[in-house]
Design a protein around this ligand. Structure first.
Ligand SMILES: C[S@@+](CC[C@H](N)C(=O)[O-])C[C@H]1O[C@@H](n2cnc3c(N)ncnc32)[C@H](O)[C@@H]1O
Length: 297
């Protein structure tokens, strides 16, 4: 416990040194300090409990633990069912977390996928999981800020982001950086939690414990951002009902059989069920919505 606290203090100092401590960074530091510190070992342990030995673990098995958004693997498979990529395609995942979607795309299309995430711990876990399922030659992960991308202009064929923008204050930089590194004609695919009607959000929520660190925008604000950056819109879909159906059945199962929360606890901490229940309530009250969409540069 004290070792953990010391490590967390070190992380805080490291990031303080690198950046000015503004509201954005404090939000991220807070998030980092709440994370489980041995995610990879916990995921391995959970899979091995199902009598699967380490050498036999597949990407589909890790995907129960490494997709940190409502409806997990199922929604990623839907979102990317219509796109065409090949082994020469370059893909970037903004706020990749543990890299589950990166591995799914690399496996499905044989393309090269880069993931960037602010959390160095998520990045270490993402690298270890890719190595575990033999996708480390097709995926690369770097610790960094999605609003200051370390990539050249016009580099990626596809940029994806799922459940990340609500953690980021500077939306202008987030979307303009995505546009800069996307090739002309490249696609930007998002799946996000958005603010809907006025109402009180109950915290903690899956991405944050306290409202000070939550930066939700509405679908209209997102649309304004798209127009101002001159992305063309191909599609958007309200995913709220699908999310509600999923969460309602998940919460019922978790109350009955708490063991199914293992993956969520690794990602969100021991209060995972409370966070998921609050998100379910917010979707039901229409304080938030879930939306996916496809833009083109
Ligand atoms: C809810 S998780 C989603 C992870 C992943 N997209 C997924 O769906 O599995 C949000 C992620 O955003 C990352 N994040 C927050 N702010 C970021 C920033 N400024 N740059 C890069 N990543 C960021 C967090 O570290 C976290 O991994």
């Amino acid at each position: 416990m004290s070792l953990n606290l010391n490590l967390q203090k070190l992380k805080v100092r490291k990031i303080d040194r690198d950046r000015n401590t503004d509201r954005f960074n404090i939000g991220n530091l807070y998030f980092l300090c709440r994370m489980k510190s041995n995610q990879y070992q916990m995921i391995l342990g959970a899979i091995e409990k199902m009598d699967i030995s380490q050498v036999d673990i597949t990407r589909k098995q890790t995907s129960a633990y490494d997709e940190f958004h409502v409806r997990g693997r199922a929604v990623s498979e839907e979102l990317f069912s219509q796109i065409e990529l090949d082994c020469n395609s370059q893909v970037l995942d903004l706020g990749c977390g543990l890299g589950g979607t990166c591995r799914m795309l690399a496996e499905k299309f044989g393309c090269q996928v880069s993931g960037i995430d602010y959390s160095d711990q998520h990045i270490e876990t993402a690298k270890s999981l890719s190595k575990l399922v033999n996708l480390d030659d097709k995926t690369e992960f770097i610790q960094g800020d999605a609003t200051q991308l370390p990539y050249p202009a016009d580099h990626f064929d596809l940029i994806i982001t799922q459940h990340v923008q609500m953690c980021i204050t500077d939306k202008e930089k987030l979307y303009s950086e995505a546009k800069r590194v996307l090739k002309k004609g490249g696609r930007f695919i998002y799946y996000d939690v958005l603010k809907k009607n006025e109402g009180t959000l109950i915290f903690p929520l899956p991405w944050v414990d306290d409202e000070v660190f939550s930066f939700l925008i509405s679908s209209e604000e997102l649309e304004n951002k798209r127009c101002s950056l001159d992305f063309k819109k191909i599609d958007s879909e309200d995913q709220s009902q699908k999310g509600l159906d999923f969460l309602s059945s998940f919460i019922a199962k978790a109350n009955d059989k708490p063991a199914i929360l293992t993956g969520q606890k690794i990602l969100m901490g021991d209060n995972a069920l409370e966070k998921i229940t609050n998100l379910y309530q917010a979707l039901k009250d229409e304080t938030v919505s879930l939306e996916s969409g496809v833009w083109i540069k």
